[in-house]
Design a protein around this ligand. Structure first.
Ligand SMILES: N[C@@H](CCC(=O)N[C@@H](CS)C(=O)NCC(=O)O)C(=O)O
Length: 214
């Protein structure tokens, strides 16, 4: 498999696809396309007519959209149990993953993922506060329901979908109760997440559109 991704510092959608591949120890090559650099769009369009990253290539198949990539991995590698097994939990995991994929626009706009940066307290508009409250409520619901340590017990695609929110909560220093802050630490310190973060810190590109605060 080959995964086409963007800058590790900024590309939250790329992280959502990359994290399960690495966390579950799957063999894949990665191709990093530095977004908004000359020729970047043509490089992505070679793989996907949607022109966005991530894109997963597996033989003849090209899969784009982070959640569709997660679904493809879960379906082709069922033994890895990337979704919870009980149908009701699986439905909840898919619901919150779809909610992330389609929503939280305020959080995504005003608190963009930026692993290298530290912006405590920035971007806290009323809409962002509402998005943060919703994320916290659904994390609490899942962690209490499953008993942890991840949203559905073991690490699933749902955790991957929220990993960039974990990163945002750290960059923008969002206060959390003890249960949620333990969850944030757990995701942040996964070995796959550490690897992604180290690569992000080594990047040097500065994308103006993703940097409202410097
Ligand atoms: N809904 C898509 C979003 C993909 C997306 O917006 N990717 C951004 C990078 S994080 C991108 O490719 N931006 C470059 C562009 O829009 O030209 C997914 O889940 O994969």
């Amino acid at each position: 498999m080959r995964l086409i991704i963007g800058n590790k510092n900024y590309s939250s959608w790329s992280l959502r696809a990359w994290l399960p591949l690495r966390h579950f120890g799957l063999a894949f090559e990665e191709e990093r396309v530095a977004l908004f650099e000359p020729g970047y769009k043509e490089r992505i369009l070679k793989y996907s007519p949607a022109g966005k990253v991530p894109v997963l290539i597996d033989g003849e198949a090209a899969i784009w959209e982070s959640l569709a990539i997660g679904e493809y991995l879960a379906e082709t590698l069922p033994e890895l149990e990337m979704w919870p097994l009980p149908a009701a939990e699986r439905a909840l995991a898919r619901s919150i993953s779809a909610e992330m994929h389609a929503g939280f626009a305020q959080l995504r706009t005003h608190m963009p993922m930026n692993i290298r940066a530290s912006h405590p307290g920035k971007g806290r508009t009323p809409g962002v506060e509402a998005d943060i409250a919703r994320v916290c409520a659904l994390w609490e619901q899942c962690l209490i329901g499953s008993g942890g340590p991840f949203l559905f017990g073991n690490f699933t695609i749902a955790d991957a979908m929220y990993a960039p929110v974990v990163s945002r909560f750290i960059t923008y220093a969002v206060d959390l109760d003890a249960r949620l802050s333990e969850y944030v630490d757990r995701i942040w310190n996964l070995s796959a997440m550490r690897e992604w973060r180290a690569a992000a810190l080594a990047e040097t590109e500065f994308i103006d559109e993703a940097e409202p605060y410097r």
